[in-house]
Design a protein around this ligand. Structure first.
Ligand code: BTN
Length: 228
């Protein structure tokens, strides 16, 4: 494992590694030695991690983590990806909380990990974007996605991230709702079916069914295609 500095993208510092267990794990363990807004991009991860202890398996995709020394707004990474893809005319949506979908296919996952040592030390935003491994061209825009240059996409994501960091929570939520894949749809959560009727200012889902209205603030949801 040999980590090399490549160049700066805006105010981000891009480092490259050929093979590593996980870019998130590395930056979590080494945040002290790297500056704010370090991006570590890996050609290959041998132990890529997803949310809820899932594995993240990818090869030849866009796989990177960003180290921030300030607490991050959890809405921003998915929105940055959606906006970046939009600049290449690829229209994607966000499945709560922060998966990015083309049609009904997940193309990107985000793992945000905060490091605390009594107080907040760092936030690692890990992003994986599948640029090659699901050859299902029935999905609109998938072919376009596969022709994207990794580093061009990364540059756009950094640019969009910085723009979004300047917005207040209300504007972020408005955007998040605009690009939501789940708003107005039926979902399954902990064995019950609900309709998603709103997303509140904290980014929590407001859902309803015959038992009433409730708020979902964590966990996994499944989108239901039909009410069966
Ligand atoms: C998910 O969908 O569950 C989140 C997947 C996050 C994967 C990225 S790839 C780069 C970074 N390093 C990791 O080990 N995970 C994240």
């Amino acid at each position: 494992m040999n980590i090399t500095y490549k160049y700066d993208i805006l105010d981000y510092h891009l480092f490259y590694v050929d093979e590593i267990d996980s870019t998130n794990t590395f930056l979590k363990d080494n945040y002290i030695s790297y500056p704010d807004k370090t991006i570590l991009i890996a050609e290959k991860q041998t132990n890529g991690r997803g949310r809820n202890n899932h594995k993240w398996v990818s090869s030849n995709d866009l796989t990177f983590s960003i180290l921030f020394k300030e607490k991050q707004n959890y809405l921003i990474p998915a929105l940055a990806i959606v906006n970046a893809l939009k600049s290449f005319n690829i229209i994607s949506l966000i499945k709560w909380p922060n998966d990015v979908y083309l049609d009904d296919m997940k193309i990107s996952g985000i793992l945000i990990e905060d490091v605390y040592q009594e107080e907040f030390m760092a936030s690692i935003v890990g992003i994986g974007i599948n640029l090659t491994d699901k050859p299902d061209f029935n999905v609109k825009d998938l072919k376009e996605l596969y022709t994207l240059d990794k580093y061009e996409l990364l540059k756009k994501i950094a640019l969009e991230y910085n723009i979004l960091m300047k917005l207040d929570q209300k504007s972020l939520i408005e955007l998040y709702k605009k690009y939501s894949l789940v708003l107005g749809r039926y979902i399954k959560y902990e064995n019950d079916i609900y309709e998603v009727i709103n997303i509140d200012i904290d980014g929590h889902l407001i859902v309803s069914n015959s038992n009433g209205i409730k708020e979902i603030s964590y966990g996994e949801i499944e989108i239901k295609k039909a009410l069966i």
